[in-house]
Design a protein around this ligand. Sequence first.
Ligand SMILES: [Zn+2]
Length: 435
Amino acid sequence: MQDFKINILSICTNCAKDEFLKKYINEKGIYNQTCILCKKENLMTVDFYWNKEIRTLVRALVRIYFSEFEYSSFWGGVNNLPHLLYIENPILTHIYNENDEFDWVELEEGYGCHRIDLLFETIFEKNLFTDQHEGNEVSLFNGPSTLSGRERANEGYSPFIKLTKDVSSLFTNYELRLQSENHFILESELIEKFLALSHFIENNRDFTKQMSYFRARIGYNNHIAYQDSGIDFDVDFNDRVIKVPYMGADISCPPPPKATAGRLNRVNVSYLYLSSDSETAISEIRPHPSNYVSIGEFSLLEDIRIADFRKINLLHFFKNDRLLDDYVLLSNIAAKFSIPITPEEKEGYLFTQLITEVFRKIGFDGICFNSSISNNNGYNLVIFNPNKAEYKQGSSVLKRVEKVKFETVNEKFDSKFDYENEEDYIVFKEGRWQT
Ligand SMILES: [Zn+2]
């Protein structure tokens, strides 16, 4: 709760567009102040003038949604701060009331300014760009000079990358090292790293005893139909063969000697892969049209402690650059779990297998992550000890795949880029970008 102070720059949950900004205002806001953007009164608001934390959060969101190229005119980008927030943007509403033109705020005797200008000045102008990285603030960068003291500068920090699209240098380093070092050499280092981060992703509330999950497997068993009528004679089905979905052990995880390497498990390690719903379970095994798929239901035999990668909560990480780097690392890992790797690139599993091993050693029962191929926001749950869940007798069903749907997006590229023309190249050399 903010102390009672005169309302200068209160903004409401509705005018916050980013979900974490909304969440912050809901958690830390107060009622009955007029929002300076929508002019409504009966909503939660936080005053940006008095609350430094929310200004840091907006700076973190700028880093997440925009590359330095977009927010700093140093690189010749078309926009810069605070202009990026005057136009449509993913952080704050940009619909300013006509009356805002005349909305002046008096801060002290004889000194006043335009309220919206004051808002952006408060967020950005005072120390718009941080020259020295001091570890207690979110830096906004303005060209190569401001990269000094920043670890990532030496590791190829690029002004063209925004954190939503960024690959953490920590993540890249671990992946690279796995190409030449055995996994157990990195393991102790990673255990230390993730012990420090584990409480941010620990979930011991949502995965409780008797909750149901689904598992799918392509195929079925053939059985010869035979009906026991219970009276003198049996109905003869003429030995008709019928398709029966896999049940019990047939649809559970394979025993260790038969377990092949998967996204999270190494060869001969048998983890139980489950999905939140049957459609997601089917999507995850990527069947072809006309395949028959067996689906079985499993229920948890006890409450379990899960490393939950479904939604990394930015509100734990926005207060300084070092935490933001951890946010990017965890988001990269979450993405790596979610995106299926094509069979040709199976070595791509080395890192997710290692991370999984680390979380198992830290004491988690499993890992949960979004399914990127589910159509209904489904998620996957991988349980290290398969005995913590049990097949539900009689739950199996058999489905035939009618249609497989693909969604494609256009991969952006700049057709004007002339690879023959040297002037189009930019090189990071001797501590600065050079053409
Ligand atoms: Zn509002």
